[in-house]
Design a protein. Structure first.
Length: 138
């Protein structure tokens, strides 16, 4: 079995690039700075499906992406979660949260209507993230 991105993730996100271990995606909801990491491990559904080395790789990428969001945006809180209730493929959400955002203080899931990025806004957000990651995306 080879790795393939779940079609629901592909439909709801935009590719930022490939990190060494994971695909990095931008959730198509401009209300929240929301990134998703998807380890390129076929069939992985849970963190425990990864061996210890792969868990360390994923944690390092989560740390890097979270620090980039923190440095760029100075959020009030970073939400980091691997839920998978709707999309079982292992993926980790990293979301910059602000006390005035559309869902605060509740989770972002199921709150209001998603606001898709405009083409220019999406391209600008992705370019800033790629630059901040310093060439870590391919």
């Amino acid at each position: 079995m080879s790795f393939a991105l779940d079609p629901r993730l592909a439909a709801d996100t935009h590719a930022i690039g490939a990190l060494p271990f994971s695909e990095l995606l931008l959730m198509d909801d401009a209300r929240f700075p929301w990134l998703i990491l998807v380890p390129r491990i076929a069939g992985a559904r849970e963190l425990i499906d990864l061996d210890e080395g792969d868990q360390r790789l994923l944690l390092g990428e989560i740390d890097r992406v979270a620090r980039v969001l923190d440095e760029l945006l100075h959020p009030d809180k970073l939400n980091i979660a691997a839920l998978g209730n709707v999309v079982p493929q292992l993926h980790v959400h990293v979301i910059a949260r602000f006390t005035g955002d559309a869902a605060w203080p509740n989770p972002v899931w199921g709150r209001g209507e998603r606001v898709a990025y405009g083409e220019r806004e999406r391209a600008a957000r992705i370019a800033v993230l790629r630059a901040a990651l310093g060439g870590e995306t391919a």
